[in-house]
Design a protein around this ligand. Structure first.
Ligand SMILES: *Cc1c(COP(=O)(O)O)cnc(C)c1O
Length: 411
């Protein structure tokens, strides 16, 4: 008997229709037919709407929600998010073109990320996008480009804080980092930026990603607000804006549990009520990526072959790590665990087989589920990988092995 390995928790809101997984009221085979091919990413409007509504209900009205475009830059997703969120965080001039194409007001856009090229700074300044400057050098280049263009750059400073978001999957603050300006050097740089003729836009403090502990997020947010108040004091002027970061995670793996949003909301209400007077005019926002879009996406691929090797059954699909690097376990994880995976075309059938679901790439790294207990699947069945709405299509090595991109559908 092969030992089974659990799969991650399937997000809320996915059920069966005619025995198949349904997304946005349409069955998996229906969606594949609509796309005209597998593999396919399906993104659910209802999930996106519900997630933003839940956030709005929990958070103080004063805290805006920014969407971190890198989580999912698909044009239809950006367009759907446009009326739902307050701002957009981009991290390249390519993403600037995407938000421009969606007709998003540049005043709602901020641009973070280390290593911004001069041509990227120029495009952002010309468009009127806020630059979250990552270093003194970048701030100086921005001022010089602003002078050349005859346009005052909108500049915020990204702070490298002295604390981190505990338990986060990707640490982006605390100690030496390529991101942001070390906190103690921020006041001097802020004065230089203001004296240099920039439009001062305040601070950006991002401490980490993929945290599932409300307590850790509450602690980090308290530290963010404390640091921002201290820096505003030292700068000697109120902050026009504070981007408080985020790091809200989603459950991907067995034993992961959903974030306690109401606890975070309650704590943020208290924090906001207790802000010093210098924050009266300060615009506040969280910037979230995967929390907004991750659970709204499902990756569908088709079983091409079913084979047995030394007693192990393989479902070989036409999908794989070229679209789903994270689910394969090769994007920022140390120990490979199973994402939530199911047989979409037999969604309500009883599980009876222990199978390895693999992709079609010629590498042993291409695994979608190990030793998973599933309904008996045949060639032609459709496999679903959940939590595919963030860091999927755009964060995977699509060109690897030449199979080409997956289709993407917003329903
Ligand atoms: C990647 C990134 C985000 C989004 O992270 P998620 O884990 O998807 O929420 C937000 N802000 C910054 C600065 C980032 O680099």
């Amino acid at each position: 008997m092969i030992k089974t390995k659990p799969v991650g928790p399937i997000p809320d809101g996915y059920g069966a229709h005619n025995g198949e997984l349904a997304i946005g009221g349409r069955t998996a085979s229906d969606l594949v037919a609509a796309a005209g091919k597998t593999p396919l990413f399906v993104y659910s409007r209802a999930h996106l709407d519900n997630r933003v509504a839940a956030l709005r209900a929990a958070l103080p009205a004063r805290i805006g929600i920014n969407y971190a475009v890198k989580a999912n830059p698909h044009a239809d997703v950006i367009a759907h998010m446009e009326p739902l969120v307050d701002g957009f965080d981009i991290a390249s001039s390519g993403e600037l073109e995407m938000v421009n194409a969606a007709g998003i007001d540049p005043a709602r856009v901020s641009f973070a990320g280390p290593g911004k090229r001069d041509d990227e700074l120029e495009a952002a300044i010309a468009a009127g996008v806020t630059l979250n400057c990552e270093s003194e050098g970048e701030a100086e280049r921005s001022l010089a480009i602003g002078q050349k263009l005859g346009k005052a750059p909108r500049i915020a400073i990204r702070v490298n804080p002295d604390f981190e978001l505990k338990g986060s999957g990707m640490k982006m603050g605390g100690g030496a980092k390529p991101f942001g300006v070390d906190a103690e050097r921020v006041p001097a740089l802020a004065r230089l930026v203001v004296e240099g003729g920039a439009q001062w836009r305040g601070l950006h403090i991002f401490t980490g990603s993929q945290a599932l502990s409300a307590d850790a997020i509450i602690e980090a947010q308290g530290n963010v607000l404390g640091l921002a108040a201290k820096l505003a004091n030292e700068i000697g002027a109120p902050l026009p804006k504070l981007n408080m970061g985020g790091g809200f995670g989603i459950p991907y793996f067995p034993n992961d549990t959903a974030l306690d949003l109401s606890a975070i909301g309650k704590a943020l209400h208290t924090y906001v009520d207790e802000l010093p007077e210098s924050f009266t005019e300060t615009e506040l926002c969280l910037e979230l990526g995967r929390y907004l879009v991750g659970e709204a996406g499902v990756y569908l691929c088709r079983v091409i072959d079913r084979k047995v090797s030394h007693g192990t059954t393989y479902l070989v699909t036409d999908g794989g790590l070229h679209h789903q690097l994270a689910a394969s376990g090769n994007f920022g994880t140390v120990v490979r665990r199973n994402y939530p995976v199911a047989i979409a075309s037999r969604y309500d059938a009883e599980p009876s087989d222990v199978v390895n679901v693999v992709g079609c790439l010629c590498t042993p790294l291409d695994r979608l589920a190990d030793n998973a207990l599933m309904p008996a699947a045949k060639v032609g069945d459709i496999v679903a990988v959940f939590c595919a709405g963030a860091y999927g299509a755009s964060a995977s090595p699509t060109a690897f092995l030449g199979h080409g991109p997956a289709a993407e559908l917003l329903v």
